[in-house]
Design a protein around this ligand. Structure first.
Ligand code: AMP
Ligand code: MN
Ligand code: MN
Length: 316
């Protein structure tokens, strides 16, 4: 199946992804936008997304993301990427009102939504899946660089176990276009501002191991974010750093989003299925990387997560 066949007759198309967009979400949304603009020059295509982190400004045409939403507009096709409709945020009504809806995702926790559902949990990233839904000869350098960013971010620069031979074949095809992939990795994945590094250091310093040191947890409060003058986008990567501690099987990182409300990120080495833990609390994700929003005190949240994790690790 090819994506153009699903949208060929559409005059108006909207594309969007999940709230708090990560690299895969931004790369997939922009990659598909640039691809469809090229293959269907007559169609009017709008792209909606919560403002991405500044590191993604290197993606071509990122400034064309629409921030104003006309809720009365009815699109012929709405394509939701890297999430189910429940994480579309403010554009969800546009998805619901569209004449035809398409959902393309790789989250195991997503049963799929809309008229056409392409959900492939074995895919490293939505960007990888999208590449196989495109005609390779219509992919150009801008599309390639956007999809590359998606794949790089969801695979931790091709090192997580979701990286497959197909992922690497696609990456090989993409880098043939000659964009500066090394700089993309450095600037979007590894480089941190000074305050981002400081708050990461603080979170690591204040982390606590529990369950016989097989789990680790840390938290950043709103006060800490104010002190370092950072926003949630600056906290990316902290949970991965916690998971890198030798002996740790499950890492939990939380930041305060409101009164008694926390955004929770979890990572695992595969022993704990964190997607199923997150789903118990209304979230989702993948076996080794998942998230949810929890209400309650920090300690209550740890306790509630611990019960689920202990069961999986067979700790009484
Ligand atoms: P994060 O919480 O940003 O570390 O996300 C880890 C993985 O879980 C990513 O693939 C997210 O897209 C996914 N994820 C995070 N929060 C949710 C949620 N509330 N519902 C479904 N998937 C989520
Ligand atoms: Mn994502
Ligand atoms: Mn993804």
């Amino acid at each position: 199946m090819k994506i153009v066949d699903e949208v060929r007759n559409a005059d108006t198309i909207a594309i969007s992804g999940h709230i708090r967009p990560d690299g895969d979400c931004v790369g997939s949304v922009l990659g598909l936008y640039l691809y469809l603009r090229k293959t269907l020059p007559e169609a009017e295509i709008d792209v909606y997304l919560e403002k991405p982190a500044d590191i993604f400004n290197c993606i071509s045409h990122i400034e064309e993301i629409k921030s104003e939403i006309n809720l009365n507009k009815i699109y012929d096709v709405f394509i939701a990427l890297d999430c189910s409709d429940d994480r579309l945020g403010d554009v969800r009504p546009l998805f619901e009102n569209a004449r035809r809806t398409i959902n393309i995702d790789h989250h195991i926790s997503n049963p799929g939504c809309g008229d056409v559902r392409i959900i492939e949990p074995k895919r490293s990233s939505t960007a990888e899946l999208l590449y196989d839904l495109m005609d390779a000869d219509q992919v150009d350098e801008e599309v390639a660089a956007a999809l590359y960013i998606g794949i790089i971010h969801d695979t931790g620069v091709l090192r997580y176990s979701n990286t497959s031979p197909r992922t690497l074949q696609i990456v090989a095809e993409l880098i043939k276009f000659g964009f500066d992939f090394s700089s993309i990795i450095e600037k979007t994945f590894y480089e941190k501002t000074y305050v981002q590094t400081q708050i990461m250091g603080r979170a690591i310093l204040e982390s606590v191991r529990f369950m016989h040191d097989r789990c680790i947890v840390s938290m950043v409060s709103r006060r800490m974010m104010e002190f370092y003058q950072v926003t949630p986008k600056d906290l990316d990567g902290i949970v991965n750093q916690l998971q890198a501690v030798k002996g740790v099987e499950c890492a939990i990182f939380m930041y305060e989003t409101g009164t008694l409300e926390y955004k929770v990120s979890m990572r695992s080495n595969g022993r704990v299925d964190v997607a199923s833990v997150a789903m118990k609390f209304g979230g989702g994700g993948h076996v080794r990387a998942a998230g949810c929003t929890m209400n309650g005190t920090y300690h209550d949240n740890i306790n509630n997560l611990s019960i689920e994790i202990a069961e999986q690790l067979d700790i009484k």
